[in-house]
Ligand binder design. Structure first.
Ligand SMILES: NC(=O)c1ccc[n+]([C@@H]2O[C@H](COP(=O)([O-])OP(=O)(O)OC[C@H]3O[C@@H](n4cnc5c(N)ncnc54)[C@H](O)[C@@H]3O)[C@@H](O)[C@H]2O)c1
Ligand SMILES: [Zn+2]
Ligand SMILES: [Zn+2]
Length: 392
């Protein structure tokens, strides 16, 4: 089959690889009908995530049709012909964390849990197409995908309706939603969102649906800001050279937004050329592994006793973390990989009721073979690109 493979930093190729087979009675094989490129994949492309191996099949936002099921998956109600969205994490459904709904830290699905424990102090769930650290599982930017723990992992969806209606339940819609829900938004709150990529846009949409008084969107890409405006946000354009923290204070009676969401993560661009240069030098020298510009701004801008919700991905060590501001203002920090299945039933209902537009970020629908080019188009924000769906 054809699949997008990581061959090294900035080197992604569409290659012929062996078809997946059932390896365990809990497995199913999915024929992928749609699959996406995520901002998280850019961190892999740009070499920010350790333990990637040459030839790894990428992708963690697929959906499709079940074409083969292992005996145990069948016994648990999964059948050939079922139409499913595959969340980016595998879940056993039985461990202590799954029982509590903390699916992204399932204790059973990461084959390399020991590696994750050494890196983070505890295990995380197995993820599709996302390095040895998360289990070294092949991803879904491919014609077929093996889904371990299939019966508990997949989200069954109706047989009718375009893929575009459901595909983002795999990751970015629940991620934007969780970011907003974890901010405990009330009708008195101003919510500032850093980053108007696909995750930021769904966080903005979710904050509006959850009844925020105001939502302020921060980015420097005109078409992304425009889409944020269309979702109901006021916009703060960083490209004007504005001091984001000062501007947010001005917009909010001097105190700052009650709720701040960092939907940027590891690879933020700096607020000033000097600071960005410093971060680049420090990451190059391995003095830190990321550029936490948005997280820092979110903590500094946030009103005292507010909440900072961080869906943006971080992987290692950050310098200049404003621990003093966080502590002395009494901030609440909420973060994590999204517990996708905690939210999918509710989101499916909200999509059906027309409360949520599940197609908000889509700009490009392309054949899988164009994947390597589309990674670059998405990364460089060429051609107005916000979100790419690939069709195998
Ligand atoms: N927690 C999760 O489970 C989860 C799931 C999916 C994605 N993510 C993460 O969410 C983040 C966003 O994903 P995406 O797909 O929207 O990515 P993206 O790269 O398309 O979007 C990031 C946006 O941030 C903007 N940006 C960069 N620096 C900024 C700054 N200093 N201030 C404001 N905006 C800035 C960029 O212009 C871009 O529009 C990534 O870190 C991704 O890994 C997390
Ligand atoms: Zn993703
Ligand atoms: Zn589990």
């Amino acid at each position: 089959m054809k699949a997008l493979c990581w061959q090294g930093k900035k080197d992604i190729r569409c290659e012929e690889v062996p078809d997946p087979i059932i390896e365990d009675p809990k497995d199913a094989i999915i024929r992928v009908t749609s699959t996406c490129i995520c901002g998280s994949d850019l961190h892999l492309m740009n070499g920010f995530v350790p333990t990637m191996c040459k030839g790894d099949v990428l992708g963690h936002e697929p959906m499709g049709e079940v074409v083969e099921v292992g005996a145990e998956a069948r016994a648990r109600g999964l059948n050939v012909g079922d139409r499913v969205v595959v969340p980016f994490q595998m879940i056993c459904g039985e461990c202590e964390q799954c029982q509590a709904g903390n699916f992204s830290v399932c204790q059973q699905t990461n084959r390399n849990a020991d590696l994750a424990k050494r890196m983070f102090g505890d295990a995380t769930a197995g993820l599709f197409g996302y390095s040895a650290l998360t289990g070294a599982y092949a991803g879904g930017q491919a014609e077929y995908l093996r889904v371990p723990f299939a019966a508990t992992t997949v989200v069954k969806i109706p047989k009718t309706g375009e893929d575009e209606r459901y595909i983002f339940l795999s990751d970015i819609l629940p991620t934007g939603w969780q970011a907003a829900v974890q901010a405990d938004i009330t009708e008195k709150d101003t919510v500032a969102v850093w980053g108007c990529g696909p995750v930021g846009l769904f966080a903005i949409h979710s904050a509006v649906v959850l009844g925020a008084k105001r939502v302020i969107a921060i980015d420097d890409v005109p078409e992304r800001l425009e889409r944020a405006r269309s979702a109901g946000a006021e916009i703060l354009d960083r490209s004007t050279g504005v001091n984001v923290i000062a501007a947010l204070k001005d917009m909010t009676d001097g105190h700052g937004p009650e709720k701040c969401i960092d939907a940027v993560g590891i690879e933020a661009h700096g607020p000033t050329a000097v600071l960005e240069l410093m971060e680049r030098v420090q990451t190059a020298l391995k003095l830190e592994t990321e550029r936490p510009v948005a997280m820092r701004e979110a903590i500094m801008a946030c009103k005292a006793a507010g909440t900072v919700s961080i869906p943006g991905v971080y992987g290692g060590l950050s310098n200049s973390f404003p621990a003093g501001a966080m502590m002395n203002k009494g901030l609440t920090i909420k973060t994590g990989q999204t517990h996708v299945k905690r939210w999918t039933d509710d989101l499916l209902r909200r999509i059906d009721e027309g409360q949520i537009d599940p197609t908000l970020p889509i700009t490009h629908i392309e054949p899988l073979g164009r994947g390597p080019e589309m990674y670059k188009t998405f990364r460089d924000k060429q051609d107005g690109c916000i979100k790419v769906i690939l069709k195998p």
